[in-house]
Every structure is written in structure tokens, then in C-alpha cells.
Design a protein around this ligand. Structure first.
Ligand SMILES: CCCCCCCCCCCCCC(=O)SCCNC(=O)CCNC(=O)[C@H](O)C(C)(C)COP(=O)(O)OP(=O)(O)OC[C@H]1O[C@@H](n2cnc3c(N)ncnc32)[C@H](O)[C@@H]1OP(=O)(O)O
Length: 230
């Protein structure tokens, strides 16, 4: 195959991957709409019965070819940090708000709006959801600092309830690095009142020893390398 043919083939692969990622994000949007509407609905009972049938029919073809626990999604790039089904940030995840994270002057800043599916106390977010968002925020700050690790401890202080249907602003930053331990702190506030902290968290992330990483993730990383190569 000539270099030009090779280039065309590579571009076709890239276009195919891009198209698949867009399709996954679009399916994720549809699923999130479904979850929010199914949580908020006061439609007649007959409509609920019909909807359940239609949803089961729509789900069936997706279940015909599935991956197992140790296979990452074909459209993911594990080593490159692309995780389309991350339950907090993944565009393809039905559960994910999704939280969008970027970096602003060394600070990780996240934005999302929580719907009724995330309700704990009436009209406010479930406390576990706030902890999940902060775990991801802190984990992101720790990863981009170049010292990735797994959450060993996450302490959350719930100062005020987190309102649903309200744009939120989250922050996170690394506070200390001591050997394999990285401490990070983070907050949740509303976008309108970023100075009023609703929830704050401190997390300790522990870098894995090589032997630990191999034991926990060896099978997944091995398969990811194989699929990249082939
Ligand atoms: C650009 C790229 C962007 C990518 C973005 C990606 C974002 C991803 C975001 C993802 C976010 C989601 C992330 C998730 O959801 S991670 C999923 C949730 N976490 C887990 O499942 C972790 C389960 N636990 C373990 O695997 C082990 O216990 C770990 C790995 C944590 C420790 O292992 P191990 O037991 O072998 O450790 P060690 O005994 O050798 O101790 C080592 C050091 O660590 C200190 N220590 C240990 N435990 C704790 C503790 N609980 N509190 C405080 N400190 C602790 C210990 O004192 C010692 O310190 P020192 O004595 O050396 O000073």
C-alpha cells in the first residue's frame, strides 16, 4: 500500500472513530432525556406501560454485541484519557449529568446542571451525587498534576443543599503531595453565586505501586494496547 493509500486509510479510521464518538454522545443525550422525562413524568399510566415496551424493544439490538468487564469500549482511548461511559463526565453515559471539566489558571473548574433524577431531599441533590461529582473533580485535579492515584479517602462537608435545575460551578485543586499520597480539595457552588460554598471536600488519592496497577488493571490495559496496535 502506498503512503497516500495509507494516509487515506488512517483518515477513514479517524473519521469512523469520530462518527462513532458523535453517535455515542447523541445516544447518551437521548438516554439522559429519557431518564429525566421518565423521572419527571406525570403521563397517564397507559402511556407508562407503552413506553416500557418501546424502550425494551429499542434496547434489544444494542444488547446483541456487548463488551465484557475487561474490555474498554472500542471508541474509548484508555491510555489517552478518553472515557465515553464515565458515569460522571462521559458523554455516552445515561447517568452522567454530564460534568464538564476544564483548567483555569491551575484550578480545575467543572460545570453541570442536575435534573430531577439526582434528587435526594425534595428539590435538592442527593448527597451521594455531590460526593460523586467531587470525587471526579478531585481525581481530575490529581491526574492533571501528574500524580494520578485512586481515591483512598473522601471527606465531604455539606454546608447548604445543592439545588436541582440550577447551573453549578465546581472547583478542585491539589493541596499537598507526600510520597504516594496526594491531597486535593474541592467545592460545589451555584454558577450565580460562586463564592457561597454549598459542599466542600478533601480527598486523599494514593498512587498505585507498579505491582498493584498490574494486578488491578493489567487485563484491561493489555487489551487496550492490543486493540490500539491492531
Ligand atoms: C489528562 C488526563 C485527565 C484524566 C482525568 C481522569 C480523572 C479521573 C478521575 C477519577 C476519579 C474517581 C477515582 C475513583 O473513583 S477510584 C475508585 C475508588 N477507590 C478505590 O477503589 C480504592 C480502593 N483502595 C485501594 O485500592 C488501596 O487501599 C489504595 C490504592 C487506596 C491504597 O493502597 P495501599 O493500601 O497499598 O496503600 P499503602 O498501604 O501502601 O499506603 C500508601 C500510602 O497511602 C496512605 N493511604 C493508604 N490508604 C489511605 C487512605 N484510605 N486514606 C489516607 N491515606 C491512605 C498510606 O498511609 C501510605 O502513606 P505513607 O505511609 O506512605 O505516607
Amino acid at each position: 500500500m502506498s503512503d497516500i493509500d495509507n494516509g487515506r486509510r488512517l483518515r477513514a479510521v479517524d473519521d469512523g472513530l469520530l462518527r462513532r464518538r458523535e453517535a455515542i454522545a447523541d445516544l447518551g443525550d437521548a438516554l439522559r432525556l429519557l431518564i429525566e422525562n421518565a423521572t419527571a413524568t406525570e403521563a397517564p399510566t397507559e402511556e407508562l406501560i407503552r413506553a416500557a415496551e418501546r424502550i425494551r424493544r429499542a434496547a434489544a439490538p444494542l444488547g446483541e454485541r456487548v463488551r465484557g468487564r475487561f474490555e474498554s469500549a472500542a471508541a474509548d482511548d484508555l491510555l489517552g484519557g478518553v472515557r465515553l461511559y464515565n458515569p460522571v463526565t462521559g458523554a455516552g453515559s445515561a447517568f452522567a449529568p454530564p460534568l464538564e471539566i476544564s483548567r483555569e489558571d491551575g484550578l480545575a473548574v467543572g460545570t453541570c446542571t442536575l435534573g430531577l433524577a439526582f434528587e435526594g431531599p425534595p428539590s435538592y441533590a442527593h448527597g451521594g451525587v455531590s460526593a460523586m461529582l467531587l470525587d471526579q473533580m478531585l481525581g481530575y485535579a490529581v491526574s492533571v498534576s501528574g500524580h494520578p492515584g485512586m481515591t483512598g479517602r473522601l471527606d465531604t462537608a455539606y454546608r447548604r443543599p445543592v439545588p436541582l435545575h440550577t447551573p453549578l460551578r465546581l472547583t478542585a485543586e491539589v493541596a499537598a503531595i507526600e510520597g504516594r499520597r496526594v491531597t486535593a480539595t474541592g467545592t460545589i457552588a451555584t454558577a450565580d453565586e460562586p463564592g457561597e460554598v454549598l459542599v466542600e471536600a478533601t480527598g486523599v488519592f494514593v498512587a498505585l505501586r507498579a505491582e498493584q496497577a498490574q494486578r488491578l488493571f493489567g487485563p484491561v490495559i493489555g487489551r487496550n494496547r492490543e486493540s490500539r496496535a491492531g
